[in-house]
Ligand binder design. Structure first.
Ligand SMILES: Nc1nc2c(c(=O)[nH]1)N[C@H]1C(S)=C(S)[C@@H](COP(=O)(O)O)O[C@H]1N2
Ligand SMILES: [Mo]
Length: 429
């Protein structure tokens, strides 16, 4: 069920290909994939014989008061890259993008990033304080927040700024789970931050906010007041239920379209100030070191990006004939307007079919239906958002930013599909 690269990201094969070296991969995808994918009916014991599950009683409703995935779906799990973080507490794992479909990330497989592990907080003892440059400092209980008029629900992606960071200098990790899996897309339930700030009354010199976490990292970031007032949410719900502990239970701040680090979990305090605080996470970390030694700072917005999730190294092509290629696209600046796909390393492009909701600052699902004749493919996808921004190649990105950075890599990904269907992370130069 799983491929050989599925359980580990250790394989650090680097493959650099010249576009011209892949013979014959110039044809566009044949878009006539509705030919028969199933075998013609012939005697098959799995359809003619009665199976065990067909004749015995199964467990009743008391077996699982809170449901879990089928035991046959054990491979659909978050995974980590062993060499990436030194210990399990300051840690990161990755969403299994190649095992998912649609646009919503199920709560149990949302990637996690913790700087000092998961805080366990009794919601009855949790408080949110708003202080600093406000007329009236306030302290909210969880119950205060939950009964507040003006509650909203919104779907947003959260992408860590370091997503793809290991790929800045070349193709490295074999699987979109590892190259692109520091992202999840969730429906949040909560109260607009503006509602709380208005209740506290932000003073005219209040220009920045600083959310603070109740974990032992006490994560803090500076956010401009315009963003706080525009669309930030103080959220207690994800995908219809309470936040998972890993995602900040009982409360986190949602900062749509902006880098994941700012989405403080276990949110306990929001201070209003007249300037940014210049804390660790916006000075030594989450700044983009350029080739000349200068750093870009306050690079909050996640630019448009996409990835083909199937086929990909953990999900090789298994059959010739009709197939469906699929992937995800997103932009921190707005909605995805179009996704193009190439199978010949970027020489020819065709527009993918977008299916499902296209919601701003949220993942968008795309498909290309195609017939695979067994030839080698160099698969790429390129997202365009409604500001007209087009996802750059990795080389274009490196020309601007050099190779020192680990953050904000939104370059085009290439997968090499070999004749036997095995798929590898490569780069074309
Ligand atoms: N309190 C707190 N908030 C935090 C962090 C943390 O370590 N502590 N990590 C940040 C980082 S770097 C990211 S990318 C996101 C990850 O959110 P997730 O664990 O829901 O995927 O949370 C952010 N918020
Ligand atoms: Mo992050």
């Amino acid at each position: 069920m799983t491929s050989k690269v599925d359980d580990s990201a250790q394989g650090s094969r680097r493959a650099f290909l010249r576009g011209a070296a892949v013979a014959g991969a110039t044809a566009a995808l044949a878009n006539k994939a509705v030919a028969q994918a199933a075998a013609p009916a012939k005697p098959d014991p799995l359809i003619t014989d009665i199976q065990d599950w067909n004749r015995t009683l199964g467990p009743g409703v008391d077996a699982a008061p809170y449901g879990k995935p089928s035991p046959f779906e054990k491979h659909v799990v978050r995974r980590n890259v062993p060499w990436l973080t030194a210990d399990a507490i300051s840690s990161i794992n990755f969403t299994p993008l190649h095992e998912l479909d649609g646009v919503i990330t199920p709560n149990g497989v949302c990637f996690e990033r913790h700087h000092s592990g998961v805080a366990e907080i009794d919601p009855a003892k949790h408080r949110l304080m708003i202080n600093g440059l406000v007329d009236k400092p306030l302290i909210f209980t969880m119950e205060d927040l939950k009964r507040m008029p003006g509650r909203i629900n919104r779907p947003y992606f959260l992408e860590c700024a370091a997503n793809g960071g290991m790929e800045w200098r070349g193709a490295q990790l074999n699987g979109c789970q590892f190259t692109h899996g520091m992202i999840h897309n969730v429906w949040y339930t909560g109260i607009p931050l503006k509602t709380l700030l208005d209740e506290a009354g932000v003073k005219t010199n209040g220009k920045w906010i600083m959310p603070e976490g109740a974990d032992s990292a006490a994560m803090t970031r500076s956010i401009p007041i315009e963003k706080a007032m525009k669309d930030c949410i103080v959220a207690w719900g994800m995908n219809g239920e309470a936040l998972r502990a890993e995602q900040g239970y009982p409360l986190r701040i949602v900062v749509p379209g902006w880098e994941g680090n700012m989405w403080v979990k276990w949110l306990r305090r929001i201070e209003v100030g007249d300037q940014p605080w210049h804390h660790r996470e916006e000075t030594s970390k989450y700044t983009d070191l350029l080739a000349d030694g200068r750093s870009r700072r306050f690079t909050w917005i996640m630019d448009a990006k996409s990835v083909v999730t199937n086929p990909s190294p953990q999900a090789p092509l298994r059959h010739k004939g009709p197939n469906v290629l699929t992937g995800l696209a997103w932009s921190g600046r707005g909605s995805i307007r179009r996704v193009d796909v190439s199978v010949d390393g970027g020489r020819n492009w065709q527009t993918a079919r977008i299916d499902g909701p296209v919601s701003p600052l949220s993942l968008t699902r795309f498909y290309v239906d195609f017939d695979w004749d067994g030839r080698e493919l160099l698969i790429q996808s390129r997202a365009m958002d409604d500001t007209g921004y087009v996802q750059p190649t990795k080389d274009e990105l490196r020309k601007l930013r050099g190779t020192n950075s680990i953050y904000h890599n939104n370059g085009i990904q290439t997968w090499l599909v070999r004749g036997n269907g095995e798929t590898e992370n490569v780069e074309i130069s």
